[in-house]
Design a protein around this ligand. Structure first.
Ligand SMILES: *Cc1c(COP(=O)(O)O)cnc(C)c1O
Length: 504
């Protein structure tokens, strides 16, 4: 089995090559053809812990990795770094279930992918490799990637985030990261500009040559890296098995998952789980006021020619859902030249329309919807009032769209809502939604919210207020390349520990 590119089916890579490289030379994303050939046996997974389920998913999708080494990597990533023994516990809230994905070191779901990706990357590297990880972040990816990659041998990580485009807590999480191989830069631009600039650098041969002169190659930690997507498949299986084990559903019964969506990585992992045999009826992709994706799921037209909006769910303030490209690949019958044509249209006109048969195939698995800021606030208030459960603004987007879906379709399939961040990561928006008198900085609001709700504050967030932040150094999008070269020089030339290849 070989990974290929969404834009060129002649590309053929092992899992290790795909993870190391991050993105294909011609700009496509790595995908595994015929995913339905890789079904898991649910019966065998019943009663197993998260790490064992992860082991099953990973050995299935990454068979070129050594099994014992994979097991160690999973253990290293997950054994001690999560505050809940089940990693991603499912809670019943009213008449639906919440899959809590925020018990990792940065309190957002991205920890599930980004604790494991660096370990997979390490296994994929040759002894002489020196890799600079590049990430553009709308907040949570950067934080989680910095935590995952800090002090990992043979790697450096450079993160760009939109200045004023992430929450104060997220910014503080990034600017207080330790580790001698980590670099963080706010950029003067929005997330899509940061992400496009990062994508351009990956295909810029002149830039690659300059890095090569430092004997450094680039790789990606955004959800376009297959090594980040695959770990996310695991919690869909875990959630389903937890529901069977608790008696909430029977083995084989179908469920719906509602997923707050930005780059389409999280919900795509759910689609992978479905192709691998998980009984999923509908995947409900929930967007905020930047709802290009929700419109696409309804009309088959993706059109990003509209204003970029800042919302109270900033990690979903995204106009181009990169991972949708992988869905287009599968839903077009794995037609890479068709996908290449659509992506070319998107790049040149900001718009494309899929064929009716492709749209129908997508709609067979996906529903969509969106929530504006007012609906997010109303959802946070309603769930607190009715169920004593605190939603973060991203999860609240999902809640609104899940309810809307249930009302309009009458579909009575059991629902699992993915909770993608702790409410304490976005305390101001949550407190305002609950009509609390909001005073002081975000840490003061965090405490107020805790006093009102009694919900514990995750230790990593409570600790943040006491850490010293590094000074901000804003760079323009056109200066990003230079910043990376400088970071590579410092990280790899000054750091004996990284150069000598010690494992952390
Ligand atoms: C990244 C993020 C999302 C969106 O996930 P995608 O994989 O980009 O669709 C939703 N909620 C939170 C809290 C996030 O950090």
């Amino acid at each position: 089995m070989r990974y290929t590119s969404t834009r060129d089916q002649r590309v053929s890579k092992t899992g290790q090559q795909a993870i190391k490289q991050g993105i294909s030379e011609e700009g496509g994303l790595f995908v595994l053809p015929h995913l339905t050939d890789y079904r898991l046996n649910l019966q065998n997974l019943l009663g197993k812990d998260y790490e064992t389920i992860a082991q099953n998913v990973l050995t299935t999708l990454l068979p070129d990795f050594n099994t014992a080494a994979l097991k160690k990597a999973i253990q290293f990533a997950y054994h001690k770094n999560f505050s809940d023994r089940r990693l991603t516990p499912v809670r019943s809230v009213g008449d639906f279930h919440v899959l809590e994905l925020f018990h990792g070191p940065t309190s957002a779901f991205k920890d599930l992918g980004l604790q494991l990706l660096p370990q997979l990357m390490r296994l994929a590297l040759d002894p002489e490799d020196r890799i600079m990880i590049l990430a553009a972040t709308s907040g949570d990816t950067g934080t989680a990637a910095l935590q995952g990659f800090k002090n990992v041998a043979q790697t450096g990580i450079t993160v760009f985030y939109p200045d004023h485009g992430v929450s104060p807590i997220q910014e503080r999480q990034m600017l207080t990261t330790t580790g001698n191989n980590t670099r963080v830069f706010p950029i003067g631009g929005n997330f899509d500009q940061a992400q496009s600039a990062v994508k351009d650098l990956f295909t810029d041969t002149g830039f690659a040559a300059r890095l090569q002169a430092e004997q450094v190659t680039l790789s990606a930690a955004n959800s376009i890296n297959i090594g980040r997507l695959i770990p996310q498949v695991v919690y869909y299986f875990s959630a389903y098995l937890q529901l069977v084990e608790s008696g909430a559903i029977e083995l084989g019964q179908k469920v719906n998952f509602t997923v707050p969506t930005g780059n389409f990585g999280d919900v795509l992992a759910g689609f992978y789980a479905k192709l691998m045999g998980l009984p999923i009826h509908q995947l409900i992709a929930a967007a905020n006021a930047n709802h290009e994706l929700a419109d696409f799921l309804e009309t088959g037209i993706y059109d990003r020619n509209r204003p970029f909006l800042k919302t109270v769910a900033p990690s979903m303030d995204i106009q181009i859902s990169s991972n949708l490209e992988r869905l287009l690949y599968y839903k077009s019958g794995e037609d890479s030249s068709y996908v290449a044509k659509l992506m070319e249209e998107l790049a040149t006109t900001g718009r494309y329309q899929v064929r009716p048969d492709v749209l129908a195939a997508i709609q067979a698995d996906f529903a969509g919807g969106f929530a504006a800021d007012a609906q997010i606030a109303a959802s946070i208030a309603a769930v607190w009032k009715q169920n004593d459960y605190l939603l973060d603004p991203h999860t609240a987007v999902g809640y609104h769209v899940m309810q809307q879906y249930r009302e309009t379709t009458g579909d009575s399939t059991p629902n699992v809502l993915l909770a993608t961040a702790s409410p304490y990561k976005f305390p101001r928006a949550v407190a305002q939604a609950l009509d609390l008198p909001v005073t002081g900085d975000d840490f003061a609001v965090m405490t107020q919210l805790h006093q009102m709700s009694g919900v514990p504050i995750p230790a990593n967030l409570a600790r943040l207020a006491t850490l010293t932040a590094q000074p901000k150094h804003v760079v323009a999008p056109e200066e990003m390349g230079q910043a990376i070269i400088a970071a590579a020089k410092e990280v790899f030339n000054n750091d004996q520990r990284v150069r000598s290849g010690n494992k952390r």
